[in-house]
Design a binder for this molecule. Structure first.
Ligand SMILES: Nc1ncnc2c1ncn2[C@@H]1O[C@H](COP(=O)(O)OP(=O)(O)OP(=O)(O)O)[C@@H](O)[C@H]1O
Ligand SMILES: [Mg+2]
Length: 277
């Protein structure tokens, strides 16, 4: 993969080829939270276009809050987020698949109609889907292996199938930036593999993708950049540079064991640590 990264915080930049345009996402000294309770503090980050980033951190570390702030759903207290060099609402450039959808599952809407919602930000003045929009919906469903479920009511799909439909809705938006909050939790291993193949393909097409995940070994192996977040950025860069014992301990504030087998890296809980506590 060819993505380059400028790390503002944490691990040093992978500066071999400086990106020519502005970074796809730039977060400058961002602090925010809820009801005067801070969650993110002094987050600085610069993600080059076409990066495939794994976002990791413990529960409550601010991963979803960071996504919501990047999409304009949550306001910064201080600092700012620039999308493709521009401040303000990100619009159709950013597609976001939240960790949990607040959906009325009894609402009579089909999988195909849900995916068409991804086209709404791109519909012209007439605001009516055209042939091309229908083709994009079909292609998006196909990419997530859900073509056969196009006319199925969303409430009649399994949890993993619904997740794939929401991913298809994000793809239908044709975003330049894709933010996925734990997209493979609850998805079977074969589908998980297909989704990662799809993310690799999107990355090659220049789409910048950030995926929040608790599967640290998967992040170590499948992503070209890793972002360690716990209230602030503890590291950002290629897995080999960022997934160190020291940075993992700082981020997770617990003992995780880093195992390197050949070229592969695995991260596992340290059972001895729990026995001795
Ligand atoms: N709407 C909200 N109102 C008040 N507090 C919130 C709200 N959403 C999140 N929080 C709090 O903000 C903190 C960060 O939450 P966030 O959802 O960003 O964490 P996360 O890293 O995504 O966690 P997880 O791995 O469990 O998904 C937590 O302490 C959480 O309780
Ligand atoms: Mg979350």
């Amino acid at each position: 993969m060819t993505a380059q990264v400028e790390a503002v915080n944490g691990v040093s930049p992978n500066g071999s080829n400086a990106p020519s345009g502005p970074p796809a996402i730039r977060v400058e000294d961002l602090s925010t939270g809820y009801h005067e309770e801070p969650v993110l503090q002094h987050v600085d980050l610069s993600v080059a276009a076409g990066s495939l980033v794994g976002l990791i951190g413990p529960n409550g570390s601010g991963k979803s809050t960071l996504f919501k702030t990047m999409t304009g759903l949550h306001e910064p207290w201080t600092g700012r987020v620039l999308i493709n060099g521009k401040p303000g609402k990100p619009g159709a450039d950013v597609a976001y698949v939240p960790q949990t959808e607040t959906v009325d599952w009894s609402f009579p809407v089909t999988a195909g109609q849900v995916v068409m919602m991804g086209r709404y930000p791109r519909l012209g003045l007439i605001r009516w889907p055209r042939k091309r929009d229908h083709e994009i919906v079909d292609r998006s469903l196909e990419k997530v292996g859900m073509s056969g479920f196009k006319d199925r009511q969303i409430g009649q799909l399994s949890g993993g199938q619904r997740q794939r439909v929401f991913l298809a809705r994000a793809l239908a938006q044709e975003p330049s930036i894709l933010l996925l909050d734990e997209p493979v939790s609850g998805v079977d291993a074969t589908t998980q593999h297909q989704i990662f193949e799809l993310l690799d393909q999107l990355c090659e097409e220049g789409v910048t993708t950030i995926v929040a995940s608790h599967d640290l070994s998967c992040v170590a192996q499948r992503f070209d950049q890793v972002l360690l977040l716990n209230r602030t950025v503890h590291g950002y860069g290629p897995p080999d540079e960022v997934l160190t014992q020291d940075l993992l301990n700082k981020t997770f504030q617990s003992h995780l064991l880093l195992l390197r087998l050949g070229t592969r890296t695995f991260v596992v809980e340290d059972p001895d640590h729990f026995q001795h506590d």
